[in-house]
Write a protein that binds this ligand. Structure first.
Ligand code: FMN
Length: 195
């Protein structure tokens, strides 16, 4: 395949812009978000990447969720993106912080009606109900809010500021390899690693 790492950009953001869809692309990339629990155990789940910019990567979630409390306790996270056909993998290691309020509000405003309602009804109590009751309450909530759903207080976003970004590419006729960028005082250092 055409190996984008062959051009050896000095900034990983050049590759990020090439690898990830633009922020206005409705098809949002899935990623595995890894966190550390207060007991020091690894935890992971899938989230959608809302957007990225020169500061880092943004995702959004419920402030009451396990992932949010993990991050408040320990800001170390890893993000793993996998491309279809096992052609590419991107692993980002970094620190997560609460995103600016204006970014969180803009992200909520851009969500589908379904995801806006989910932000309201994605609670522990709702999860305990039988299916028929869940459907009835979901429909009732939608009926009671014909003009849509305002942003709930529990809606939160995180910005992951990367300290390491590792780009993995496959090569059907050669060995896979990784191009790793690490943050340093002078910018980003770059190294090739075996795959
Ligand atoms: C494809 C996919 C995308 C998801 N996107 C999100 C998301 O953007 N934000 C979110 O909070 N949960 C998302 N979820 C649900 C999470 O994987 C997870 O189950 C939930 O957030 C609770 O995680 P926690 O208990 O570890 O905090 C997604 C799940 C799937 C399968």
């Amino acid at each position: 395949m055409n190996d984008p790492t062959a051009r050896e950009p000095t900034s990983p953001w050049d590759l990020i812009s090439e690898w990830l869809p633009a922020n206005d692309d409705p098809e949002r990339p899935q990623l595995t978000l890894s966190t550390v629990t207060p007991a020091g155990e690894a935890d992971a789940r899938t989230v959608l990447l809302t957007e990225f910019n020169a500061d880092g990567f943004f995702f959004h979630t419920d402030a009451m969720s396990r992932k949010a409390s993990n991050i408040v306790n320990n800001s170390s996270v890893a993000l793993t993106f996998l491309w279809p056909g096992f052609t590419r993998q991107l692993v980002v290691q970094g620190r997560a912080e609460v995103a600016p309020a204006y970014e969180i509000a803009a992200a909520y405003a851009s969500r589908s009606p379904y995801l806006k309602q989910l932000a309201w009804q994605n609670t522990f109590e709702f999860a305990q109900l039988p299916d028929s009751e869940r459907r009835a309450r979901w429909a009732a909530f939608a009926r009671e809010h014909p003009d849509g759903f305002a942003q709930p207080d529990t809606w939160i976003g995180f910005l992951v500021r990367p300290t390491r970004m590792t780009f993995w590419t496959s090569a059907p006729d050669s060995a896979s390899r990784r191009l790793e960028y690490r943050e340093s005082s002078g910018g980003w250092t770059r190294a090739y690693l075996p795959g």
